[in-house]
Design a binder for this molecule. Structure first.
Ligand code: CAA
Length: 295
């Protein structure tokens, strides 16, 4: 089956990033969200990133226009009726995703493939909300999607080999490297990364080192682009907490128990860079240690 038209449901940072990558790979893209304002925000983000690429002479201004023209803004799921591949990239709420997939199942053509970028909800559970579990797959991108080279491809219990092969071809055309992963809690990268970040928080709790020193140590000692606390502030403490809870619920092992301070920060609305405070304070425009909380 040839894939030419991809619908992306959710025009937030991840959805917009993936839409950009898909359009740059030559696909026709339908970028959908519930409100016009959300779609326009996503389009503006894509436009801004492409502007930077033009400025750096990585693409021409003609390319920029061609890429943007390939993306059709949408606020109606009906716009996906001719899509060959639909990727859902909304917030992590099973009921919300279920409702979207149930609707799409009735609207989209029977051969269309459905995918979710979920980082925490089992693919088999999402697939079971549709009448096409063989054509349902996990396609998990990493933030920021235009930069990060990896795509985890998660096979639900009924996902067909053809669906996997097509998804791998899409990832390759987007210039991503894919790995096949079984449908287990946290999949692969978040499972391993969460274990490291939990251990970093245990070190903080035991007073082994400060947040800043733990980040510095792991960046310089392991050549990571960001330390564990910087990374959580980057992806959002709400997202990180969600992943942590999924692992704890899924494996029922105390080693995955979400860190209490992370939970408290998230509950109090300190979600990292996007709210100005998380493990660090960004309110001055720069990353600074927090002085209002004793960790
Ligand atoms: N969108 C598009 N491009 C972006 C971008 C964004 N949001 N942020 C940075 N870039 C581009 C820049 O334009 C720049 O491009 P060029 O090389 O073409 O000039 C390049 O990325 C490097 O950016 P910067 O020089 O500004 O900054 P940097 O070198 O510090 O890199 C970073 C920034 C890429 C975010 C880097 O710090 C990094 O790799 N961090 C770790 C990210 C990570 O681990 N992501 C995974 C999170 S976990 C996840 O996503 C899974 C989940 O389910 C929660």
């Amino acid at each position: 089956m040839e894939i030419t038209r991809i619908m992306i449901i959710g025009a937030g940072a991840m959805g917009a990033g993936i839409a950009q990558v898909a359009a740059q790979a030559g696909y026709r893209v339908i970028l959908n969200d519930v409100a016009e304002a959300f779609v326009q925000k996503g389009m503006a983000a894509i436009s801004g990133t492409l502007d930077k690429q033009v400025h750096k002479e990585k693409i021409s201004s003609d390319d920029r226009k061609i890429i943007l023209d390939r993306i059709i803004p949408s606020t109606k799921l009906e716009d996906g009726k001719d899509a060959d591949f639909v990727l859902e990239v909304i917030f992590e709420d099973f009921e919300a995703k279920k409702s979207i997939f149930e609707t799409l199942d009735t609207l989209c053509k029977p051969q269309a493939i459905f995918a979710s970028n979920t980082s925490s909800i089992p693919i088999t559970r999402l697939a079971a909300t549709t009448k096409r579990p063989e054509q349902f797959i996990g396609m998990h991108f990493f933030n920021p999607a235009p930069v990060m080279k990896l795509v985890e491809i998660i096979r639900g219990i009924k996902t067909s080999e053809e669906t996997i092969a097509i998804t791998e071809q899409i990832a390759a055309r987007m210039d991503k490297t894919s790995v096949r992963v079984k449908d287990v809690p946290g999949f692969l990268v978040n499972r391993i990364n969460n274990a490291m970040r939990n251990e970093a928080k245990n070190c903080l709790l035991e007073g082994v080192a400060t947040i800043e020193d733990i980040d510095t140590a792991l960046k310089l000692g392991l050549r990571l682009p960001m330390g564990p606390f910087e990374l959580e502030d980057f992806v959002g403490l709400d997202v990180a907490l969600n992943v942590s809870k999924t692992l704890y619920d899924g494996y029922k092992d105390v080693k995955w128990r979400p860190n209490r301070t992370m939970e408290q920060l998230a509950i109090s609305g300190d979600l990292g860079r996007k709210t100005g405070k998380g493990w660090y304070d960004y309110t001055s425009g720069e990353k600074k240690p927090r002085t209002d909380i004793e960790f």
